[in-house]
Design a protein around this ligand. Structure first.
Ligand code: ASP
Length: 315
């Protein structure tokens, strides 16, 4: 069996360390661990990178601790408009959905869009209807709402009224979930899912469903899933940029990922981070915020999760 690798993130919208109790940080780390285990169970039994990233992202979408699926951010109208995408590095096939309101696990319908193969990106009501036809779990829009996001929306509206939106904490602003994997056949895949940012304009579409920006995978180069102010990820075509630096400049995955986050994006003073895996299984997890919910598995099956600089090994 060839080398396998997996990395996940739960967004760079992480609070200052003292913003949550130790029990709350621990609860988020536990869910990161569950997401890693779901993806690793696929990879370690010879499954595909595509199935692995989907399995990890579904767990993160179902967790209230991250901004995707259950617990997603609210837009300016107090509603959820969710985005997700998935990409197969072997074939460059991809599927994405945007502005969906009823699909419990947006990453699953992104995968169905990809499988159908007619279009890459499907939006709004039509995508919700497509999910129903495909027999996926459809929920009432308020299923996604948690008290934490209601408070974050109120805080962002107060910041907006006071003209201090840029000074809001990263966790009040945004978040996303994602996963990247290398499977035993040498194939790469990436998937990302988000509620976008709190108080975003109605109808705003971020980088998450934009293939080449928030999500990208290409065998032989890398798989990338990003988190941060999506407008900049779109402008820099971040996922594709990381792959291009590796392909054209011969950079390592760590060099390419770090250059894009620290040199290209950091000067814009926006929170940004990503997880990437290279064709040889090397993992990079750069971020330019206080922290990023993240986790990875070493080739010999050791699991690690982190929110800030301290890394926890989990069983
Ligand atoms: N990238 C997401 C978006 O712009 C938000 C985030 O990751 O914080 O929709």
């Amino acid at each position: 069996m060839g080398k396998i690798a997996l990395a996940i993130h739960g967004g760079c919208g992480v609070m200052a360390k003292l913003g949550l109790s130790e029990a709350e940080w621990e609860a988020a780390r536990v869910d990161l661990g569950h997401a890693l285990k779901a993806g690793w169970a696929v990879l370690s039994t010879g499954g595909s990178a595509l199935d692995a990233v989907q399995a990890s992202v579904v767990v993160l979408e179902d967790s209230p601790h991250f901004n995707a699926g259950y617990g997603a951010a609210l837009n300016a109208a107090g509603e959820h408009e969710l985005d997700a995408s998935i990409m197969d590095g072997a074939t460059l096939e991809a599927g994405a959905v945007t502005l969906v309101r009823r699909i419990r696990n947006p990453v699953k319908v992104a995968r169905r869009v990809m499988k159908k193969g007619e279009v890459v990106l499907m939006g709004g009501h039509a995508a919700d209807e497509f999910a129903k036809v495909e027999g996926l779990d459809v929920v009432e829009p308020d299923y996604f709402t948690t008290e934490k996001r209601v408070k974050a929306l109120a805080a962002m509206k107060a910041h907006a009224a006071a003209g201090t939106a840029a000074a809001a904490s990263e966790s009040e602003k945004h978040g996303t979930v994602g996963a990247v994997a290398l499977d035993s056949a040498g194939h790469l895949a990436a998937a990302t899912s988000t509620g976008g940012y709190n108080n975003k304009p109605v109808g705003r579409i971020g980088d998450t469903p934009i293939v080449g920006a928030g999500t990208y995978a290409r065998d032989g180069l890398c798989a990338v899933s990003g988190t941060g102010k999506g407008e900049f990820f779109i402008r820099y075509a971040v996922g594709h940029e990381v792959a291009s630096r590796i392909g054209y400049l011969g950079e390592t995955v760590e060099q390419a990922a770090s250059t894009v986050i620290m040199e290209d994006l950091k000067p814009h003073a926006i929170g940004a981070g990503l997880v990437a895996v290279g064709a040889d299984g090397t993992i990079a997890t750069p971020y330019n915020t206080d922290g990023m919910f993240r986790g990875w598995v070493t080739p010999d099956g050791e699991f690690f999760v982190a929110t800030h600089d301290v890394v926890f090994r989990i069983e």
